[in-house]
Design a protein around this ligand. Sequence first.
Ligand SMILES: Cc1cc2nc3c(=O)[nH]c(=O)nc-3n(C[C@H](O)[C@H](O)[C@H](O)COP(=O)(O)OP(=O)(O)OC[C@H]3O[C@@H](n4cnc5c(N)ncnc54)[C@H](O)[C@@H]3O)c2cc1C
Length: 435
Amino acid sequence: MAEQEKFDVIIIGAGPAGSSAAIRLMQANPDMNVALIDRGKPIGSKNISGGVIWGQSLSEILPKWWEEAPIERRIIQKRTGFLTKEDSFVLELSFPEWEHDPPNAISVLQTKFVTWLSKKAEKYGVNVFEGIAVDDLSRDVNGRFNGIIQAGEEFQTDVVIIADGANSRLTLASGLRREMKKEHYALGVKEVLRLPESIINERFNLESKLGVASEYVVGGLMGGIRSGGFLYTNKDTLSVGVITQIDTMNDPNFPPVNILESFKKHPYIQKLIKNSELVEYSSHWVPEGGIHMLPRLYDDHVLVVGDAAGFVLSNGIIIQGINYAISSGILAADTILHAQKSNDFTKKTLKKYEQKLKESYILKDLKTFQGIHSIIRNPRLYEQYPELLIGIFKDMLTENSLPKNHLLKLFRSQKKKKQVSWLQLIRDGITLRHF
Ligand SMILES: Cc1cc2nc3c(=O)[nH]c(=O)nc-3n(C[C@H](O)[C@H](O)[C@H](O)COP(=O)(O)OP(=O)(O)OC[C@H]3O[C@@H](n4cnc5c(N)ncnc54)[C@H](O)[C@@H]3O)c2cc1C
């Protein structure tokens, strides 16, 4: 980057959010001078995700993206449930129509996908800079943002898009976010495990190119730690990981790597991943606070998108953020294109971004599920309830030549064993309306 260069837009972070914003800007106005800056070298090397992209958010900028994106498998099956110390209660849902275009969900290896998307941006004429970490935003004499600061140098622009991900130093440094609260974040730890394609097909009962996305509540494995696990099928690898609420991780016996190991050793998971070879290990924050953790989303000459804004839906059996990242990047670009018409990049014009988010599925989803935190932070969901549920079915289905009991009696007996009171059940039952 040359110091004297002035960009129309500077985007910090070339993840799904930043690259999507860049592509939308250049598609609408190929004469724009857009900089897309990422600290990763090569781009993609800092990006971590389980890697299932839900929905068609990309279709808005790349209508037949699935024909060219580095897709691993089309997801046609979802498995979800509870794992206790040894047992499992898993629901398997198959939807063959998800195989057809446009795909409902696909699995990717995030590094490859992010690299592909940033290369797409480059093809549209975006100036892509890799291996550069932006330190802060710069301000003019009136205190308005007017660019970025990198290694002591200032680069000016009409608008900065902050797309620097979950651990967004720049929303903090710029004052758009006051603080990062522990209860709003989880830690994701993930491995990629290699297995021959034919074995994946056999173990998951799949045809080639088709895949499974599975998420489990796994707290019962580890003394009630609030954690969810995932297992996704790629072509000849599996993505396996756990996402654990940070403020529950104060047990020194359970550093994140042990949580992942316990998940992998569970009999249900072990039989799916056995004899695989570890090819990648990574960890990353997940902003789980939803609508309760939004920063200021715009200010004079600045917009915040993707994980930096906290646009993630995570509830133990669903994790989605890539779709929100892509869509928020596109909405930020549209807001800037509108502001260009009046050459006014102050918050008076940029506030349209928030309006667009409210009208879109992004803030509507976060609002719909705003109460989810009372469920996912409830310790009983992670240990007592899975054990209670599995206990009932185990009692019902284990044949021991003793007289059988009605469901209600089995339920009462398990409820007593797991020390769950009626009051807790009623209270927790009421919170299920947030799901
Ligand atoms: C373990 C795990 C599993 C997940 N699984 C899924 C899933 O299956 N499906 C799903 O939809 N979502 C999933 N998510 C969430 C999803 O990965 C994110 O929501 C999504 O990647 C956010 O995209 P983004 O562009 O906002 O941020 P990121 O992808 O994090 O990109 C931010 C970019 O900013 C760059 N950057 C950061 N700071 C600076 C700086 N100072 N200067 C320059 N560049 C900088 C980084 O290098 C990075 O490239 C998962 C997350 C985790 C951690």
